[in-house]
Write a protein that binds this ligand. Structure first.
Ligand SMILES: Cc1ncc(COP(=O)(O)O)c(C=O)c1O
Length: 443
């Protein structure tokens, strides 16, 4: 019996195949965001067929107008000609300290709240400083899946890292798994994002307690990446100085850095600003490795006056005014910064419904039994297909997304980013996935 013919794909397979060859990609599962973006853009140009772009984690909303206004005013007042203080302008330091109290319920004095040129720079500086504290602790631990560029930062600086996928280790299973790494004594700092890029899982308080307490026990610095600050929309985290707060492992340990980015929560990615909030104990802690290298200093002073100074000598003056104004308004209860970005949650809800209806499954689908929040990302898989095969196959349907392989996940699937979806694309996606489903059945 002959197999039924599969229907034509929306995008000519040959066009995509030729481009993949041209880019020299032999394993599509390992293709980077930039490569997939470039192939999608070229295929779009060659065929005139619009791609539904889900690979880039770039904010798709307008920048907070409050930040823009404050920044323009700062520029007009003349700050552009003046170096900003490397520690950060006082207004931003004060408002950051208030912000972490208001929305995370932790106390970090203004001194420890330091602006960075995006939390990307914050992690680079935090990794570097952590790696200089103790010569026996020469490795950073990633609780994956994660943001691939952070591993690249360690490759750039020649530092070692280890990682594990949390998929099988949620809840109390995390204790033994995490301890198996920390007890070896070589881990200087550990990092994870929460909510998580790419899976959008949000760790529960009991998991954060395990992480914090183990960091305390094994004297490991906690680096908590809050790039998607308070964007777990299942709970209303938008009220300053009122529970519920953004959950954090900082409640359970002394030595931590909270990395808060303005990029996503305030749609302010272009101005490259975030804050590294260093706990008071860590800021003032002396380490043998630091004393040997610099002759003096603490973790905090090294982070700011040695590392940040060497990297960029501070952060754009006007952007600091923008973030100070946004934090102040949020702290004063005059600006609900989460109301704008809630749009990502609405998009995720619609997109998930379409993918699930066409036979896809969510990969990371729950937080200890509770369905994950709808937000900036989610992860999908299709029965019987590897992540690499699925991401390549979907390119023929004009849908671009990265494979989870690139994120340190050991699961098969794709990361879907909701930020670049336009209203007319839900119907488009529905139609294309219908053809995809029919073609899979015929195979
Ligand atoms: C988990 C995570 N951390 C950090 C960043 C970088 O943020 P920033 O723009 O503040 O450098 C991102 C951006 O996508 C991210 O997803």
């Amino acid at each position: 019996m002959t197999q039924p013919q599969t229907s034509k794909t929306p995008v000519d397979r040959k066009v995509v195949d030729n481009l993949i060859e041209k880019f020299g990609i032999t394993n599509f599962g390992k293709a980077t965001i930039r490569e997939i973006k470039a192939i999608a853009a070229q295929a779009e140009q060659d065929t005139g067929i619009e791609f539904i772009k889900m690979e880039m984690g770039v904010p798709g909303l307008s920048a907070s107008s409050m930040g823009v206004k404050a920044e323009i005013e700062a520029l007009q007042s003349g700050v552009a000609s003046v170096y900003a203080d490397i520690d950060g302008i006082p207004a931003l330091k004060e408002e950051t300290s208030r912000f972490v109290k208001a929305f995370v319920d932790v106390d970090i004095p203004a001194e420890g709240c330091v602006p960075v040129t995006g939390s990307m720079q914050g992690t680079y500086a935090a990794f570097l400083t952590a790696s200089q504290c103790d010569p026996n602790k020469d490795t950073i631990l990633f609780i994956d899946p994660g943001f691939p560029v952070q591993k690249q930062q360690l490759v750039v600086m020649g530092q070692k890292y280890e990682s594990f996928d949390i998929y099988e280790f949620r809840g109390e299973k995390l204790q033994e798994k995490l301890e198996s790494y920390l007890k070896k004594g070589n881990i200087s700092a550990l990092i994870y994002s929460n909510p998580n890029n790419p899976s959008w899982i949000s760790l529960k308080d009991e998991e954060l307690k395990i992480i914090g307490e183990l960091c305390q026990l094994y004297d490991v610095i906690l680096l908590e990446d809050l790039a998607y600050f308070a964007m777990d929309f299942r709970r209303d985290l938008s009220k300053p100085f009122e529970a519920p707060f953004q959950l954090t492992a900082a409640k359970y340990c002394d030595n931590y850095v909270l990395l808060i980015s303005a990029s996503k929560a305030f749609s302010y990615a272009g101005q490259r600003i975030g804050v590294a909030c260093i706990s008071d104990k860590l800021y003032h802690r002396k380490y043998k490795g630091i004393t040997q290298r610099y002759g003096m200093g603490t973790y905090g002073s090294t982070f700011v006056h040695r590392v940040l100074y060497a990297l960029s000598a501070g952060v754009s003056h006007s952007a600091q005014y923008a973030l100070a104004a946004m934090f102040k308004a949020a702290n004063d209860g005059k600006y609900n910064f989460l109301s704008e970005v809630r749009e990502y949650g609405n998009r995720a809800q619609k997109l998930k419904e379409i993918f699930l209806r066409h036979g896809f499954k969510l990969v990371y689908d729950n937080d200890m039994g509770e369905p994950i929040a709808d937000g900036f990302y989610f992860t999908i898989t299709y029965p019987g297909m590897s992540g690499g095969d699925l991401s390549r196959e979907l390119m023929y349907y004009g849908v671009s997304a990265i494979s989870l392989e690139t994120t340190g996940s050991s699961q098969q699937g794709l990361r879907i980013c909701t930020s670049f979806i336009y209203p007319h694309q839900y119907e488009q996606l529905d139609e294309r996935l219908k053809v995809f489903g029919l073609n899979q059945e015929k195979k």
